[in-house]
Design a protein around this ligand. Structure first.
Ligand code: ASP
Length: 350
């Protein structure tokens, strides 16, 4: 196949929203973008070892999704390949390594959507399902409902043969420390709780377009440290944290969920593209500006119906990556991280 020129739009000035570069890959056979959360990530605060760990984890997840798409698999299967990997990785705030609730437990949320039929599934308040994204997909495939919660959702998971684990399995010392700090800060206003990547960030998500032109999106999270009263953010809410519509785009979001809920971010981006004719980058930037104006922070990943991928975020960093059939392979964390060199395998496809 002749290589279609890649258009790299110039990076937007960091006046909000800070975003990556738009990467338009017209007629790429398949494309995928992933995130592992957004937040106040500073290069100075991160050791080279920690940065290398995140980069390797993101690359492994991106490769898992790209492999599915390269082999002609479905966008939905690519989403599952990426997110199940990140859910098992304690670096990220999803599945194992999720942040802890006020009571010291976990309450996991996930959502899944396919763009051809606009069928969707979501679950919130889980503490035993090893892979919440698989439950979200199973709810979608079952088709009777879109959104299940708590014990009922876990009963559904058990009935559908999904793996269950003890709550302890999800809990890591790092997240226990974060909860302690968070609680100390609530008790004593003199103690500050720096809600940086050590404490909250690390929600995971993926969007993909397969060789048939079908889109899919998924998001999985532990929510926010110290959440109480059954708080649910945007991540499991179809239209806020996740959306997919073959007529426009697929989106997964991460950030202060309350604002993403109020702005209807994921569906809003698709609506801007479909009804106002915006491209993925412009639509994503517009919704992130709105979130910022309301006081929220975070970011989104988008893939358009034609395979264009976009990142947009108003934080100093977002763990992210993207790949496509014509050789794009990029992992980045901070706003100024240049794309990494394509690996041999991707380069060999030309
Ligand atoms: N959006 C998630 C929530 O509010 C958290 C995050 O993405 O950092 O639950």
């Amino acid at each position: 196949m002749a290589r279609i020129p890649t258009i790299l739009a110039s990076a937007l000035a960091l006046a909000t929203p800070a975003s990556g570069t738009a990467h338009e890959v017209e007629q790429a056979d398949w494309s995928i973008a992933i995130h592992g959360g957004a937040g106040t990530l500073s290069r100075e605060a991160m050791t080279p070892e920690r940065e290398a760990e995140y980069t390797a984890a993101l690359q492994a997840a991106l490769d898992a999704g790209a492999e599915v798409l390269r082999a002609g698999g479905e966008a939905q299967d690519a989403i599952v390949a990426v997110i199940t990997k990140l859910e098992d990785d304690p670096l990220f705030n999803a599945g194992r390594g999720a942040v802890l609730t006020w009571e010291g437990g976990v309450s996991l949320d996930a959502s899944f959507m396919r763009g051809d039929t606009r069928e969707a599934g979501a679950a919130a308040g889980l503490s035993h399902v090893r892979h919440p994204i698989l439950l979200a997909r199973a709810i979608m495939e079952d088709g009777r409902h879109v959104f299940l919660s708590g014990e009922g959702a876990e009963e559904f998971a058990a009935d559908h043969g999904l793996e269950q684990v003890e709550t302890e399995w999800f809990i890591t010392p790092r997240r226990r420390d974060s909860l302690e700090q968070f609680r100390a800060a609530q008790d004593d206003p003199q103690v500050s709780f720096n809600e940086d990547e050590e404490h909250r960030y690390g929600t995971v998500g993926a969007v993909a377009r397969d060789v048939r032109g079908n889109l899919a999106a998924g998001t999985s999270t532990g929510g926010t440290t110290g959440k109480r009263w059954g708080r649910i953010g945007d991540s499991p809410v179809i239209g806020a944290g996740t959306y997919a519509d073959n007529r426009a785009c697929a989106v997964s979001a991460t950030g202060t969920g309350e604002y993403f809920l109020r702005a209807g971010v994921a569906q809003g981006i698709c609506a801007m593209m479909r009804l106002a004719g915006m491209d993925a980058q412009a639509a994503a930037d517009q919704l992130i500006v709105e979130v910022g104006e309301m006081g929220g922070d975070g970011g989104v990943i988008v893939v358009s119906a034609t395979g264009e991928t976009a990142f947009s975020f108003n934080t100093s960093g977002m763990y992210r990556g993207r790949a496509d059939s014509i050789g794009l392979n990029e992992i980045a964390i901070f706003t100024d991280t240049p794309p990494v060199d394509p690996p041999m395998q991707a380069a060999a496809e030309h």
